[in-house]
Ligand binder design. Structure first.
Ligand code: SAM
Length: 233
């Protein structure tokens, strides 16, 4: 379970709300049982249940099991998609080990906003399921122009371009180290003006994921996996 704030040995943590419900009612933990806690700061800890009631669980962190993982500086910038598909992108990107997720709003996006609390829950649950010790940083959606304006000087922005005449992702990714980002368009793709804007962006590098037109979530997941593979992650 991810908890807020750095964990230290012997500093008891009181979990309430949904986490207490999950531990108490679903996992039925009781006094003396072990629970794994993560704080996204120091790492993963073994904790012992001191007391368990319907409303709250008191835990005593005993020892650190794993230090917080080193996360390659990779930012996935997926255009907003309709909810179930965007949830898939959030979940798979988390499993694949991304450092940051910067959702982008483009002209052809069907969805124009993101429920951040729900998105954070999807990301946290995915991290807990795949036993990550670090949570991806999730940002509020921004327009394409702002994403490019705010893009860090030292980072390359890979641009998944289905219109061809771009190097294959696997080849391109192997040439560069992090920090890097990957921009994926929405269901309807980028419009001509957006494509020009990105192609004109100094740090943007187009890549192709093959001759087929992939669904946006397929492209986001596949390209992230290729990037992570090229980093030997
Ligand atoms: N232009 C597409 C069409 O004609 O249906 C719509 C965009 S595609 C469904 C969604 C996004 O996935 C694209 O904007 C692009 O970023 C990425 N994508 C899909 N297939 C790709 C490919 N073969 N190579 C690179 N990117 C791809």
């Amino acid at each position: 379970l991810f908890v807020d704030g750095a964990i230290s040995a012997g500093e008891q943590r009181v979990l309430d709300g949904p986490q207490a419900h999950y531990l108490g009612r679903v996992m039925r933990v009781g006094e003396g049982d072990g629970v794994i806690l993560c704080d996204d700061v120091t790492g993963e800890w073994a904790a012992r249940v001191v007391s368990a009631s319907k409303r709250e669980i008191v835990l005593d962190p005993v020892e650190m099991l794993r230090v917080r993982e080193e996360v390659p500086d990779f930012t996935l910038c997926p255009a907003l998609l309709k909810k179930p598909r965007f949830d898939q992108v959030l979940e798979k990107a988390t499993e694949l080990g991304v450092a940051k997720i910067r959702p982008v709003i483009t002209r052809r996006c069907v969805a124009d906003s993101l429920n951040m609390e729900r998105a954070r829950t999807v990301v946290t649950e995915a991290a807990e399921q795949c036993a990550r010790t670090a949570l991806p940083e999730l940002f509020e959606p921004v327009g394409l122009a702002q994403l490019l304006r705010d893009w860090p000087e030292d980072a390359v922005l890979w641009f998944a371009d289905e219109m061809g005449n771009a190097p294959p992702a696997a080849t391109a990714f192997s040439e560069r180290l992090p920090p890097a980002g990957l921009l994926i368009g929405p269901e309807g793709g980028f419009d001509d003006a957006e494509r020009e804007e990105v192609r004109g962006f100094l740090q943007a590098r187009p890549v192709t994921l093959g001759p087929r037109i992939l669904r946006a979530e397929t492209a986001a997941i596949a390209a992230t996996a290729v990037w992570m593979g090229a980093m030997g992650d």
